[in-house]
Design a protein around this ligand. Structure first.
Ligand code: FMN
Length: 190
């Protein structure tokens, strides 16, 4: 898959087939994160890959899904992610760590998409709960979690008109409004 197709085609996926992702692929995703740009090349990020299904079940309650979908929704047991990458920031190293995370996360999600793997970045997470279960030392901030798995849902982009809230139609397809190019692009002057 070419880069443009991957960037344009990737959508957040929150329902997954219960097929394991080979560890080799998960390592390639972390390698793609490792190679992302990093402010002053300080590289404050580390990653925990979780592919043990019992551990996946254990961390699931720490995650919050698709906040705009009401009533509150989460993936059913048979459509949960089959792997996760937890993104950790070592404290006191870089003032640009949030930017580094964004770049690393996008590398992960774009490469995953090119392998046919769906992903969703999760920032609404119970950090204390995760720290406890995963034994994460206090010198690391738990930034976010990327949920992964082979997709079991469809998500499409539409032009945002009044609302940016994503929504699901009656067939379960997610619709993601994005602001139109004309609204955000300024050429030569504002
Ligand atoms: C920093 C960040 C935090 C996010 N946190 C969550 C989350 O906690 N739960 C969730 O279901 N989606 C989360 N998302 C996914 C966004 O909802 C999603 O990217 C957005 O709706 C646009 O959809 P798209 O990724 O398909 O383009 C997060 C995305 C980002 C970038």
């Amino acid at each position: 898959m070419d880069v443009e197709s991957a960037i344009i085609g990737r959508r957040s996926i929150r329902r997954f087939k219960q097929i394991p992702i080979p560890l080799e692929f998960l390592k390639k995703l972390v390698n793609a994160a490792r190679l992302a740009p990093s402010g002053a090349n300080l590289q404050p990020l580390e990653y925990i890959v979780i592919n043990d299904q019992k551990l996946c079940d254990k961390i699931f309650p720490a995650l919050r899904w698709a906040g705009y979908i009401k009533p509150e929704w989460k993936p059913d047991k048979e459509e949960r992610p089959t792997a996760y990458i937890v993104i950790l920031v070592k404290k006191g190293i870089s003032q640009f760590s949030d930017i580094d995370v964004g770049l690393a996360a996008e590398n992960i999600m774009i490469l995953a998409y090119s392998y046919g793997i769906g992903s969703c970045m999760l920032g609404n997470i119970d950090r204390d709960f995760l720290r406890d279960i995963l034994n994460i030392p206090p010198e690391y901030y738990i930034h976010s979690v990327i949920a992964l798995g082979f997709p079991a849902e469809k998500s499409v982009v539409e032009d945002a008109e009044d609302s940016i809230r994503y929504w699901r139609d009656k067939d379960g397809v997610m619709h993601v409004p994005k602001r139109r190019l004309e609204k955000i692009l300024h050429i030569n002057r504002f």
